[in-house]
Design a protein. Sequence first.
Lengths: 322, 322, 325, 325
Amino acid sequence: MNLTQAEHLALYRQMLEIRRTEEQLAKAHQAGLIPGACHTYIGQEAIATGVCANLTAQDAVFSTHRGHGHALAKGVPPRQVMAELFGRVTGCSRGRGGSMHLFSPEVGMMGTSGIVGPCILQATGAGYSSRLMNTGAVGVAFFGDGASSNGAFHEGLNLAAIWDLPVIFVFENNMYATEVAFSYATRNTDMAERARTYGINAYSVDGNDVLAVHQAAHEGVQRARAGQGPTLLDCKTYRTRAHSEGMPSLGTYRTQEELDAWKARDPITTYRALLVSEGIAAESDFDAIDAEVGALIDESFEFAKNSPYPDPATVAEHIFSS
Amino acid sequence: MNLTQAEHLALYRQMLEIRRTEEQLAKAHQAGLIPGACHTYIGQEAIATGVCANLTAQDAVFSTHRGHGHALAKGVPPRQVMAELFGRVTGCSRGRGGSMHLFSPEVGMMGTSGIVGPCILQATGAGYSSRLMNTGAVGVAFFGDGASSNGAFHEGLNLAAIWDLPVIFVFENNMYATEVAFSYATRNTDMAERARTYGINAYSVDGNDVLAVHQAAHEGVQRARAGQGPTLLDCKTYRTRAHSEGMPSLGTYRTQEELDAWKARDPITTYRALLVSEGIAAESDFDAIDAEVGALIDESFEFAKNSPYPDPATVAEHIFSS
Amino acid sequence: MRELTFTAAAREALAEEMARDPSIFVVGEGVGERGGNFNTTTGLYELYGPMRLRDTPIVERGFIGMCTGAAMTGTRPVVDFMFVDFILDAMGELINQVAKIQYMSSGRLKMPLVLRGSIGISGASATHHSGSYFPMFVNIPGFRVVVPTNAYDAKGLFKTALRGDDPVIFLEHKALLNAKAQVPEEEYFIPFGQAAIAREGTMATVVAVGSMVRRVLEACDALASEGISIEVIDPRTLAPLDIPTILQSVHKTGRLLIVDETFAPCGIGAEIAAQVTAQGFDDLDAPIQRLNGVYTPTPYSPPLEAAVVPNTTQILQAIRDLLAE
Amino acid sequence: MRELTFTAAAREALAEEMARDPSIFVVGEGVGERGGNFNTTTGLYELYGPMRLRDTPIVERGFIGMCTGAAMTGTRPVVDFMFVDFILDAMGELINQVAKIQYMSSGRLKMPLVLRGSIGISGASATHHSGSYFPMFVNIPGFRVVVPTNAYDAKGLFKTALRGDDPVIFLEHKALLNAKAQVPEEEYFIPFGQAAIAREGTMATVVAVGSMVRRVLEACDALASEGISIEVIDPRTLAPLDIPTILQSVHKTGRLLIVDETFAPCGIGAEIAAQVTAQGFDDLDAPIQRLNGVYTPTPYSPPLEAAVVPNTTQILQAIRDLLAE
Ligand SMILES: Cc1ncc(C[n+]2csc(CCOP(=O)(O)OP(=O)(O)O)c2C)c(N)n1
Ligand SMILES: Cc1ncc(C[n+]2csc(CCOP(=O)(O)OP(=O)(O)O)c2C)c(N)n1
Ligand SMILES: [Mg+2]
Ligand SMILES: [Mg+2]
């Protein structure tokens, strides 16, 4: 699959937007601007970016506690993500959600969840709606290695498989669930193999290589839209910050060497180097993007910080549809 | 593994005891003696028999809605099973349970469940107790093809695998869950293969061949007691009666041909024929057993039918330990 | 007027709505060709096929989670769960997701998900097939909880459920499924939050829930012959709960008893008693009383089973005691 | 006397009991080397290793089901579930299995399973980490439901939980975990079903639950300076619920308010109000009132979050209103 220069640069830009947003959020957390939890996506940007580049606003993304990157890649503006984490009414969930509850149905971001597991089932349901109403839309679930041990994984993959539903399961194996190693949580870390035992098409992907993710997602989405059923992407990656802001980045479970090795494989710098070495883009192209994204993030931060809080009088609205 | 004549005949006798009990229960259900549901085990006797022959009263069996055979094979007397289904105080659960709630901890029958799934997890827990307290006991779960799609299967097998727990998972594939075909419920009906993806030792077994089941269970139990972790037995079988007494035995889902073909492979008659043709036992040996079991069932039925109902004044006892 | 059973009336509601709205589909074990464990979908598979009458593996959490996602993306799932006991495996999906998504999305997502199936103690079903469990759905904001007690209400309430955009827990007591009532041919809807006055009376108010309505009405017939006049209220929906109708009745009678088969602690009777105490205290001529099923897992054996459900003798006694206060 | 935090006191109880009884083991995500998400097991892994401090994958249903089987076969599992919101995925195991097995086996099996973890609204935890959900455990027969509100009670109640043979839901409000109280070195136990009179008073009774105890006590301090004397009761366990102590207090004061952060409908306040109405009606000089958190999923943003929890102003107002009746 050949991408145009603009497409390549768009991938770079999207990853950078996630990275800069997350860095800003991490700083804001330290500064006390984020009242609740904050799980950053730093190190994993290639996955959300590569997958969502294949989606339209009709396609429905469901995600989990580490969902900022998915929301941004699906088209939620950084200002709305930041404002949400700052608890402001201009946030994508109007301040009701925070880091783990990002909703923006307008762009097909159907929600992140503070509970590990449900997104797998809900994406399957979006696939069901698509098949029933013949919309051509795809349901997408992003979830971590930790979620794969959960019953929701087993039940969701099986249902999508037996009913040929248009669903993309994006398994982000960053090797740890909080501080529990995936190699401890299962005897079989090869999720592509596991998916095939459900009769699901699967690809093993380098999750730090945005082109590899993009290519695999492209095939999966095409199959899904063509009625050929679900696909799982088994993406190996690493989060380079702590599980959650405020926690130690190594903890009792990771070594400095491991962290450094993965930092050397940073998805953004390696992609930029690749595009330069292949002659697809020049340093100056990136510099322009860097400046644009930098300005966007600054502006988003100001916007979020200066946004009002929600009105407590509205606190019980929208529990029901009417 | 070589069995003595007595052991062979004991297997035959156990299967027959289950068969005769079930036949008696089916008749009793028609006669209105059983107030609730009744799921018979007819056609599947070789599985409970072959597995439980390898267990002691210390080993803990957990079962499901189709559990009469497991209870009997684990050592609950037929009179107690019948009395339970008749709702009498002499039943193994004192009349509180009926067909789907058979408890007899005295012989290691730790309960059947009207909910599909939990037995898989509870047997895993018995394995945990065994490892923690070093008792050498084994946890055993009997469950159907229908249960294997459930999240409990995924979670239980994985936990037993990663912690090397002494557990035997007995998967009884009778091809249907009520009227839903297993081939509809999954794209992969090979549970032995599936179990291996969890890192679990597994055997594919002809579930109508008591010797095959016995042999596989023997190996699994030995491994478990030796600290080598869990085993799954993938047993192919068929229930030759309706899902539940009172329902049609073919329904909208099975053909007469299929049913007849399986009846021709009856685990009891084929085993008897085998023992005769191999010269292990004579017809007269079986006749004596048939008579003994017949008398036992008659006597058990009389006992159950004539037993008193529980005293309503005791209805709220034992909710708590004290 | 023609008579239909509870089940047939609810099925008619489903059939009418499925004919009208192609986004409705039903999910559950045996809802396809088999027509449902309780004949809830008989005849519909032939009309609408497997995408709209969807047989499932035994994955209550899985298909409820799936239907959650479906409801968020433009379709209207009906989960036919057979026994409410089974969906306890899906409480995480129900409480953390289904009940919260409209709120968390500030009303930008809807949740038109109907869950329907049987409740109640009946026919030696034993402890895994006898639950009702509605108090927990009432406790949590985000659910409509519907407990129809006759065919007429079942149809009108089910139609309302299928037209709305909120999650509905539609609970059908096993002991009522075959009971017949008059059901008009013309389309009708019964709004949520409107109790029915099942019997008018003056000396005391009895709120009866689910299968207790009929039993209480029978008891009140007996009392009428002694000149005792009791008002019987059937709330029909437990969330929303029609407290104004109950308060009005208590204002008239001065006495209140709540009869409910399910467990007392933190049950619906507690909620009614607490609200009437708070808002109708001055109307009360006697302490509000509750009559509930025995606080114990449901036993199988018929004499034990009978001992845990409030019976006519107990109901009569409770009413007499209330009047004597 | 030395002071300990709530968490340290509960940890000391666990450590003492683990030293005494080798059949106790702890299960949960991060309870091993990490020492627990809330430092519930700090230092214990080093003493007892992985079989007794068992890190798990994210399978709440799975490990609770597993612990059910373990409890039936001679060991004493402690499930450290972090947030009660997570174990909603295990409600099927809890209600259908854990709560029923002693009964179904006619007392021949025991169920010494302790589930412990955090509840409550605090620190912008948002809707999936702010639940309390105890009414549903109170509604179902078979659970002991414990809600300690200070370090002293936490230790004594946890010890009782670990010695008993019943399933215990031990709920630790996040806002209380770091609060210190005096905890004696000597071993002690606090029995279930014994409320604490947190403050004596004569003019009204306030039953406060969980994190509301401290807030109510502060409000009553303020009122005392005006000569208003309020009795404050902390039930400490919600199942069993110490109604006699509450009745006795209402007998003295004639007025009752229940303050509870969690949802009102079918909540613990409803149960208390219903029981006191039924049994203490003649003692009441005013309608019983409840003050609960707003009936809505918990929002994240601090001003919204603050708006759903009863605050001191509202508590003061509710008490004044009650006295004015
Ligand atoms: C059902 C449930 N159990 C536990 C948690 C607590 N928790 C939050 S994140 C997390 C680890 C998730 O690991 P993984 O799925 O690998 O995602 P990652 O954090 O690595 O992106 C845990 C255990 C939760 N949110 N939900
Ligand atoms: C959680 C749950 N869902 C649904 C049911 C209803 N049900 C009872 S038996 C059964 C089929 C079970 O099939 P399988 O596991 O293959 O066992 P079999 O009946 O074939 O022995 C179903 C769906 C149940 N008991 N529990
Ligand atoms: Mg991870
Ligand atoms: Mg089967």
